[in-house]
Design a protein around this ligand. Structure first.
Ligand SMILES: [Zn+2]
Ligand SMILES: [Zn+2]
Length: 126
C-alpha cells in the first residue's frame, strides 16, 4: 500500500518535483526546502531540497542522504547532484531540525576539535 499522510505530497518521481519548483524559486548554492514528498514504493516521506551544484552548476532536487562516513567529515547528511553525482554536504542546522535529527558540529566546533587533537598529539610526541 502506498504511503499516505497529511504532511506529504505524492509525486511520480523526483523529476516532477524539479519541474514543478525549479521555475518558481530562485535556485542557489544553499539548498532550498521545496516540501515533503513521497513516491511510488516509498514507505515513508522525505523533505526535498532544490540546489545548484557547486561542481557542475546544474540545478538539482534531492532528499538528504546520510550519513557521511569518510573519516574526515562523519555524521553529515548530504544531497547528490542528479547531473554529476557530486555530493553536497549539508551543514544547515535547520535541515537537521526539520528532519528531527541531531545537527552536526558547527564549523567552529570542528576547528576546536582539531585544535584539541593537535595539542594532544604534540603532547605525546615529547
Ligand atoms: Zn507522509
Ligand atoms: Zn553537479
Amino acid at each position: 500500500m502506498a504511503h499516505e499522510c497529511p504532511k506529504c505530497t505524492f509525486v511520480a518521481d523526483a523529476e516532477s518535483i524539479f519541474v514543478g519548483w525549479s521555475s518558481t524559486v530562485k535556485v542557489g548554492k544553499d539548498p532550498k526546502l521545496v516540501g515533503c514528498f513521497t513516491m511510488p514504493n516509498w514507505s515513508g516521506h522525505s523533505n526535498f531540497y532544490l540546489f545548484s551544484c557547486p561542481v557542475c552548476g546544474v540545478d538539482s532536487v534531492d532528499y538528504p542522504h546520510g550519513y557521511t562516513n569518510d573519516g574526515i567529515r562523519n555524521g553529515l547528511l548530504y544531497l547528490i547532484c542528479q547531473n554529476c553525482k557530486e555530493v553536497k554536504l549539508l551543514y544547515d542546522k535547520d535541515i537537521y531540525e526539520a528532519l528531527g535529527m541531531p545537527a552536526p558540529p558547527s564549523f567552529w566546533e570542528v576547528l576546536k576539535q582539531i585544535w584539541t587533537m593537535r595539542k594532544k598529539l604534540k603532547g605525546s610526541e615529547v
